[in-house]
Design a protein around this ligand. Structure first.
Ligand code: SF4
Ligand code: FE
Length: 482
């Protein structure tokens, strides 16, 4: 099925036997679990919107592999136009869901593994690239959601993988067989792991010769024997259990992260794309990180649009839309948000073809993009809280607003502009709370810091790519210093 609908996606998840634990329980039916379902709705939006005529250009593309129209989340970028459309698609989905829609990690993994396997084969005469192309055909034809999984638990950060007291702290090969390998370890903070049909594994750092068993890339169905997932908690996640309550903040959508454990999982040869060629681990990490740092110039901007909209709305409901300092704060929020978008577009516009033929972003500009993302959403959130006022964190529960005795006091004393129903104020304040302090703050705030690599990781890349020597030379040339 080249283009699934959201409903077909949900049905396809129902057929899977994904093993997920949430708060100590093995979840029988994760699809309908109220704490998980909002994150599934967000992924479903990536399917539904691909069917909307007005969004076809950004949500879909013609595959270079099948020649068919595919969801852009399964596409290998064929031009700088594709790279830009990727960012536009992410902004659009951020606007529509105000959450993390999870499917980008797979798209970013596809594009980095596609180009890296070509270069590994060129150097070592391996057959990874053809294998990966077959995998991409399978992904595109079935319109799959794939968790591009990079982050290992990492244990002692001062030690290489092979030096860890517990070697499983980096996912590794524990057995080599004629027909494949057996792997053990885990991937942490996996966005959309439970909602993915497949997992596509990559190494997490550059590696040396002693780390050969950790230099591994492969794909595997998410419900393969030996895989289990442990669902990550989010701030205020229990509010999702209060069905229909305004206190949920975002009534329909959400994000998801999980720890994915691999207990001696067998990977057949056909599914392996890197196996011991440790000198390519760093290349793969750099490319995936680059693509995902570009991604944040789209998704976080879209969510930022929703937060700016909420700040403007609450100013209106509070009766101060014309106050000059409010207008100025909205201008500042817009300035910061559009700067992130400009970075996302810039690294795309400056993209280049890889040896394998797909397009890659400009790595320096993608790292600049993400470095800004580690800061600007925090300032946008601060300004939104400033405009919202303290009621955002002191408001009684929705139950109190509906209570036969105290409800009238809540409605009376929390009214703003008398022309606006109090529940509108309630809704928007909870929405801002959700994005800045609640469940969606995972995606908008802390993920802006640590997702796609923590700030220092970008600074290392910026120092490598910033060409300070070239800049010194400019001055020498102008001033005549030999
Ligand atoms: Fe996509 Fe953004 Fe979520 Fe990453 S954080 S998966 S780029 S929506
Ligand atoms: Fe992310």
């Amino acid at each position: 099925m080249a283009l699934m609908t959201g409903e077909e996606y949900i049905q396809s998840l129902k057929k899977m036997k994904t093993k997920v634990y949430l708060m100590g329980e093995l979840v029988e039916n994760f699809i309908d679990h109220p704490m998980i379902r909002p994150s599934i709705n967000s992924v479903a939006a990536t399917y539904d919107m691909a069917h909307e005529e007005e969004h076809q250009n950004v949500m879909t593309a013609i595959s270079n592999i099948t020649g068919e129209r595919v969801n852009r989340f399964c596409h290998l970028h064929q031009s700088t136009e594709d790279l830009k459309n990727k960012v536009k698609m992410q902004r659009l989905l951020g606007q529509k869901t105000a959450s993390c829609f999870q499917r980008c990690v797979g798209m970013d993994a596809f594009n980095s593994i596609f180009s890296t396997t070509f270069e590994i084969d060129e150097k070592y005469g391996t057959v990874y690239h053809e294998r990966f192309k077959r995998y991409m055909k399978f992904v595109q034809e079935n319109d799959l959601t794939v968790d591009g999984a990079m982050t290992d638990p990492k244990g002692d950060r001062g030690l290489a993988p092979h030096q860890q007291a517990d070697l499983d702290l980096y996912l590794r090969v524990v057995e080599r067989r004629e027909d494949g390998i057996v792997v053990r370890g885990a991937k942490a903070h996996q966005t959309g792991a439970v909602n993915s049909h497949e997992h596509l594994i990559m190494p997490t750092i550059a590696m040396g010769e002693n780390d050969k068993d950790f230099a591994i890339s492969f794909s595997i169905p998410s419900d393969a024997p030996g895989i289990l997932m442990i669902y990550g908690r989010q701030s205020c996640d229990m509010r999702k259990m209060e069905d229909g309550s305004m206190d949920e903040g975002n009534p329909k959508f959400g994000g998801q992260e999980a720890l994915v454990v691999f207990n001696d999982v067998f990977i057949p040869n056909e599914r392996i794309y890197l196996n011991g060629e440790y000198d390519f681990a760093g290349v793969l990490v750099e490319r995936f990180a680059g693509y995902h740092r570009q991604s944040y110039g789209g998704c976080k901007v879209g969510v930022g649009d929703a937060l700016i909209g909420a700040a403007a709305l609450i100013a209106e409901y509070n009766g101060v839309p014309k106050a000059s300092h409010i207008k100025d704060k909205l201008i500042e929020m817009t300035h910061l948000n559009e700067t992130l978008y400009a970075c996302g577009l810039a690294c795309s516009t400056e993209g280049v073809p890889t040896k394998a033929g797909n397009y890659q972003i400009d790595l320096l500009l993608a790292n600049i993009c993400k470095q800004n993302v580690t800061r600007f959403p925090y300032e946008i959130a601060r300004l939104a809280e400033d405009i919202a006022g303290g009621l955002m964190v002191t408001m009684p529960s929705d139950i109190d607003f509906k209570h036969p005795v105290i409800g009238e006091y809540c409605k009376k004393y929390f009214a703003g502009d008398s022309k606006v129903p109090v529940e509108n104020r309630q809704k928007v304040l909870r929405f801002i709370e959700n994005l800045t302090l609640g469940a969606s703050a995972v995606g908008y705030r802390t993920e802006s810091m640590h997702g796609a690599g923590s700030p220092q990781a970008q600074r290392i890349m910026i120092s490598r790519q910033g060409n300070i020597e070239g800049k010194k030379q400019l001055v020498k040339d102008i001033t005549g210093i030999k």
